[in-house]
Design a protein around this ligand. Structure first.
Ligand SMILES: N[C@@H]1[C@@H](O)[C@H](O)[C@@H](COP(=O)(O)O)O[C@@H]1O
Length: 238
């Protein structure tokens, strides 16, 4: 696990873009594993800026997103489908038929998502990290063997995400569909971005703690190509 410490969020996003650019310029049909939340937004802005100014093409790429809420429409203003179109897909002209975001609430929906991935390997999986060490929506205690599955969101995760639902936790879905940790670990490379003091405990547990489902992100210690980019505040307990 390579840990890059930088000063602030903008530098996190700039360093993350260097890693992403290397992948998408060395492989025109790169398979991108993508995350939501606020952490990757700066990276996505850099991808859009570079696409518009330097013509870096994503026309042959395809994307697989980590997760989606259960029980809200695809086009709900707070769905991850909408988030990704607004924060990345439209900006890099990613072909609509190359976009994959998990959806649904049944075992069959989960199996269908795994099937969509069965003939590809994600070249670079972008991750954020929850304050409790979750990756995607794999909450503490999720077995590392899980593939795409439906999860009950913890009170903390729903509270952390209430900022996107008019600060009303009652409007935050109670479940999500998420790539499992086993799914995430199949990626060739993993790029995790984290910033802010609220991530310091999770980052420390991820990097230096025991490999344990109580900190889902700790599983990344078992992956052979992980780049973690953190600002000073998120790195404070390393
Ligand atoms: N499902 C997402 C995760 O993929 C994300 O990593 C986490 C942290 O979000 P943020 O980057 O906004 O702190 O929030 C949600 O739980």
């Amino acid at each position: 696990m390579k840990v890059i410490k930088v000063k602030n969020y903008d530098e996190v996003s700039a360093e993350a873009f260097k890693v992403m650019k290397e992948v998408v310029t060395s492989k025109k049909d790169a398979v991108l594993g993508l995350a939501t939340g606020s952490s990757p937004i700066g990276l996505y802005e850099n991808m859009i800026k570079d696409h518009k100014e330097n013509g870096t093409s994503y026309a042959q790429c395809q994307s697989f997103n980590l997760d989606e809420y259960v029980g809200i429409d695809r086009n709900h203003e707070q769905s991850y489908w909408t988030f990704m179109h607004e924060n990345l897909f439209h900006g890099i002209d990613l072909p609509e038929d190359k976009i994959h975001v998990p959806y649904g609430n049944t075992k069959e929906d989960c199996q269908a998502y795994e099937k969509a991935m069965e003939n590809v390997q994600v070249d670079i999986q972008v991750l954020g990290i929850g304050g409790n060490g979750h990756i995607g929506f794999n909450e503490p205690g999720t077995p590392f063997t899980e593939e795409t599955h439906i999860v009950d969101l913890t009170e903390k995760t729903r509270s952390d995400n209430a900022r996107f639902f008019e600060n009303d936790i009652n409007k935050v879905p109670t479940q999500a569909i998420t790539m499992g940790i086993a799914t995430i670990m199949k990626a060739k490379k993993i790029l995790l971005v984290a910033s802010g003091a609220n991530k310091a405990d999770a980052v420390a547990a991820m990097v230096n703690g025991p490999v344990d489902p109580n900190c889902p992100a700790s599983v990344l210690q078992n992956h052979n190509d992980v780049v973690v980019i953190v600002d000073e505040a998120a790195a404070a307990k390393l």
